[in-house]
Ligand binder design. Sequence first.
Ligand code: SF4
Ligand code: SF4
Length: 424
Amino acid sequence: MTALSLERGLAALRDEIDAPVAAFFSSCVHCGLCAQACPFYVETGDPKYTPILKVEPLRLLWEQELSLWGRLKAMLGIGRKVTDEMLEEWEPLLYDSCTMCGRCSMVCPVGNDIQSMVRKTREGMVASGHAPAGLIEASARAIRTGSPMGLTWKTLEAQIKHVESSSGLEVPVDREGVEYLALLSSMEVINFPEYLEAITRIFHHAGVTWTLSKDYFEATNAGVQIGSKDIAAALVQRIVDVVVRLRVRGVISPECGHAYTAVRWEGPNLIEKPYPFEVLHIIELLDKLRAEGRLKTEGKEIDRLSMHDPCNLARKSGVIDQQRNLMGLVAESFVDLKEHGRFQWCCGAGGGVSSNERADELRMAAFKRKKAQIEEIEPDRMVTMCATCRTQLEEGLEEFNMDIPVVGLTEIIADHLVEKGKPA
Ligand code: SF4
Ligand code: SF4
């Protein structure tokens, strides 16, 4: 690692130290409550996974350069410094053991937003060259091809043709002046192709006008995950350009948690201007259609269903009632996990952890918290509304030999639509 890389990293960290960050570090009372909220700490018992310790490079730079005590120590030549070795040591703590789920931020008695500090510290890690290979490759692919998984329009086009032949409905592409641009996530297209058919049928049923775009269909933002504002802004700008070109009124984020927060909350700040359009998660739109009486469903699932709330949706965005309203339409026997909604436990895979192969073992260790929650309730099936969470639930349940299928909420809704000609 060159001195230049370290300098770039330190400059990026300096850039991230604003008044709230300084206040956070000044007010930490070292109570350790954040540790008890973190699935990585709780399931491993290893103190190095204490949330506030994960942002030590940022704290140390703040102390060294902006606090009186740190400056005095530096003058006396006794202060520690942020070095390449330190950043190398912290890389797994910042990327492998944090999903930026925000549960630690909820419990901190002095209001420290630790997950946002992790996000900020990652900016310095990327600039100094200390980021995991999996995330570097995903970011490069996203910039080069538009998809972090290298998914091309040609592959998606094949899926569109399949959906059209199985549903008998057209999947609109590059349609101008419609209500919504629907974004997709590559992981969803690859792992859960049923989502595209589900929205095609629901939008037809409810009379929603919509379109996909050949120019850009990806909802996820590899720049937000790795911690690069430049990459994140470039990817958000591609969405904005499509919206402007097609003159649509809104953007629908698919069943993906981080994609939603990236485009809805971070997006305008990243491109430094407000959007001239609205952004909704698919679950918000479905609940809006339900409230307007535009979703006619029939029959109910009779097995015992429970739900995993994606952190980005429930905790970070307050989308909690909407998915429960929708479950009310289609589930006879729904039971919530004991800790759900704002205080739910993370599945262990978000924030780029699932794109970082090195973290696989730790990701499964963190999943044990979700597993314990599921064991308390003993559902027949789990429902969720994020492709990353769904993949993690499927892998985790299989790893621990728990025979509990996982389904996406949008698909369940589509299965219960009252449709002409649909077999009973
Ligand atoms: S954001 Fe979540 S995963 Fe990261 S340190 Fe906090 S509780 Fe742990
Ligand atoms: S919960 Fe807040 S005050 Fe307590 S150790 Fe963590 S960051 Fe510091």
